[in-house]
Design a protein around this ligand. Structure first.
Ligand SMILES: CC(C)(COP(=O)(O)OP(=O)(O)OC[C@H]1O[C@@H](n2cnc3c(N)ncnc32)[C@H](O)[C@@H]1OP(=O)(O)O)[C@@H](O)C(=O)NCCC(=O)NCCS
Length: 136
């Protein structure tokens, strides 16, 4: 399966996939997230299609030092075929190509089940707490 860089026409399909995968929240603007990620030079949304339909996505970006991944999602019917692994590898390649030395991502505390997947891929827990507040 080929990983490609998605563009504005893919927004609706990507956001639908994120919703199906349980990654959207009413207080977050997923369409806005997609639009900003595909518009800027320091971010992208990577995707995989099967028979023309979008079946997997990951948003990747960097702040000049750390690379971040968001919205890793594989359609229910396409899980267990290596697409999640392939997309995480593609995110790493995207960051390495831009000279970024680190990849990291946040996992919601309500999504503990996915930690085994990331453990399996070799990602390790970082000894930090994430602090924040909303600006909108
Ligand atoms: C997590 C997710 C992306 C995995 O995608 P996937 O395409 O099914 O995963 P893969 O088939 O690439 O699996 C890669 C490896 O991880 C293993 N794996 C997959 N899910 C796993 C899990 N929940 N626990 C432990 N191992 C897991 C697979 O067995 C496979 O092992 P192998 O490569 O050694 O054979 C998918 O389940 C998903 O979209 N979940 C909902 C969205 C989500 O929670 N995203 C993460 C947000 S932080």
């Amino acid at each position: 399966m080929t990983v490609e860089c998605l563009g504005s026409p893919d927004a609706a399909a990507a956001v639908a996939l994120w919703a199906e995968a349980g990654l959207t929240r009413p207080w977050n603007d997923a369409d806005g997230d997609f639009g900003r990620a595909v518009a800027g030079p320091a971010s992208a949304v990577l995707g995989i299609r099967a028979d023309g339909a979008l079946v997997a996505t990951a948003m990747v970006g960097h702040d000049g030092h750390r690379g971040w991944v968001y919205y890793l999602a594989v359609a229910d019917a396409a899980r267990g075929q290596g697409l999640g692994r392939q997309l995480m590898a593609a995110c790493e390649e995207w960051l390495v190509a831009r000279g970024i030395p680190k990849i990291q991502f946040m996992v919601r505390t309500s999504n503990q089940g996915v930690l085994d997947f990331y453990d399996h891929l070799g990602y390790v827990r970082q000894d930090v707490l994430v602090l924040g507040r909303r600006l909108d």
